[in-house]
Ligand binder design. Structure first.
Ligand code: C5P
Length: 212
């Protein structure tokens, strides 16, 4: 029996992880999980209950009561959801409560997962790990364009500052901080479009797993 591969894609906000991971999953015939949605859904549950996303008791109770349908909610994006997700993600009990969900997701069929700690904590033995990044200015520009595409008004400077703060919190936290695994392939997409990033990622993955 051959083991189905696990592909870990980590990196900061708006580096192009989601687009890349979804495309790789489709190319490789693997299930895809956006693990940021788990933290977003926990943050949203805390807000709905009138709680404080930085409070460990509130956030851990929300993480324990998470159900898969929470990931389909349509209110998991936007500045309030971003901030709540980043706050709950710094709490070790929340991360522990979400660990099995992520591992179970990939156990049968393999998977492509994107997040912050997939290659370092969730699947340290993943067959291929990528750390996808881009300059802060470029990531802010992409997020700003995405917001405008949805008809949402935003100042690019505000988007950049929110992103800078969120990345700083993700990198500085003690529990599973944002960092590249030592064996990750570093992919800087600052000067790449989605096609170029996909081809570069695929070329790396071919060196790690057998592909048809
Ligand atoms: O990837 P996304 O921006 O949707 O993630 C939202 C937040 O969830 C991140 O800023 C980070 O704090 C947290 N997160 C995490 N670990 C992951 C995925 C997301 O801590 N694997």
């Amino acid at each position: 029996m051959t083991t189905k591969p696990i592909i870990a894609i980590d990196g900061p906000a708006a580096a192009g992880k989601g687009t890349l991971a979804r495309r790789l999953a489709s190319r490789l015939g693997l299930p895809y999980l956006d693990t940021g949605l788990l933290y977003r859904a926990v943050g949203r549950r805390v807000l709905d209950a009138g709680g404080d996303p930085s409070n460990a008791d509130h956030a851990e109770a929300a993480a324990r009561s998470l159900v898969p349908a929470d990931l389909d909610r349509t209110d998991l994006r936007g500045p309030q959801a971003d901030a709540a997700a980043t706050a709950v993600a710094a709490i070790p009990g929340v991360r522990a409560a979400l660990l099995d969900f992520q591992r179970d997701f990939a156990v049968r069929d393999g998977a492509v997962l994107d997040g912050r700690d997939i290659g370092t904590v969730i699947f340290p033995d993943a067959q291929a790990k990528l750390f996808v990044t881009a300059s802060l200015a470029e990531r802010a520009r992409r997020r700003w364009l995405e917001l405008r595409g949805k008809g949402l008004e935003a100042e690019i400077k505000t988007v950049e500052e929110d992103m800078r703060q969120r990345d700083a919190k993700d990198a500085a936290r003690a529990a599973a901080p944002l960092k590249a695994a030592l064996d990750a392939f570093l992919l800087d997409t600052s000067a790449m479009d989605a096609d170029a990033a996909f081809l570069a990622a695929l070329a790396f993955i071919r060196t790690r797993i057998n592909m048809d």
